[in-house]
Design a protein around this ligand. Sequence first.
Ligand SMILES: [Zn+2]
Length: 326
Amino acid sequence: MTISTNDVFSATHTAQLLLNDYSSGNLSHAYMLIGNTGAGKRTLSRAFAQLIMCEAPHGTTPCGECSSCRYFDSFGEHPNMTVVSLGNKASIKVDDIREMSDGIYTAPYIGTKKIYIIENAEKMTPQAQNALLKILEEPPEYVVFFLLTANRYAMLQTVMSRCRTLCMSLYSESALRNIALSSAPELSAAQTDILIHRSQGLPGKLISLLNSDEEERNGIFSAVTALLNNDIETIFSAAEKIDSRETALSFVNSINEIMRDASVYMVCRDDKMVFNADKTAVLEGIAEKATLKQIVNFLSESMQTVKMLSGNVSYQLSVKNLLMKW
Ligand SMILES: [Zn+2]
């Protein structure tokens, strides 16, 4: 689904800070957007790139008609916008930065700006960050960089000091509701409320919740029940479906969410405090069978697994190892 640039701009305080820079003519050459996976860094950087490159903006709204806007609206990209993404690689290397910056010193031939977006910027090796630093030290005046990262601590201080760093604020509830209503109008008000609550202010998480089917979710709950019953066969067959980093992370994160809920439920028995408020019967079952210590240990093991999954490991094996530690 696509969210209009105006909706993106009105959803967070972070966007307002960018718009202030734009309106006051104080655009930075490099922005670092810091926020969790699903926080909307990618969407915001693209919406802002469209505004910066628009030839006839109405205030802070891209016109939607100029050749630049047509590129964005039709293709979601632009000849003057270069995106570096991690894909299935374990890191972004110095050669990736060299390839990205090829032609950076040639002025743009459409519009007045060139945009460079580096996704998963924390995955740049130190050498890659140093190569980028060279450019950031004396950037051509028409260049605007966006470094998107979920982990500022993996960034070299020297690189950070060249960027205007902005932490992504959470999406407002009304912005999340707009996304839910436009992409799944068939949901009841109660179902929408639960999804908004589960998304924790993260639009990317909301969209993946809207796209994930209930059957998949029930599958995760069954896997957790199997875990409690030491039913190794069922647990492993659930893990057999993992075939990529994304599916592995989503599997682990979903189990974590349930475990986190179960631990909260153990302590306060309050539907309003849990994300999966429609599944309190299952949470109650976990609360009866597991101990708080067991859940806390599992959550700490799973944090290690999430870390490992960002490297070159067997996705399925890593998840199975984690499940064996219950
Ligand atoms: Zn335009």
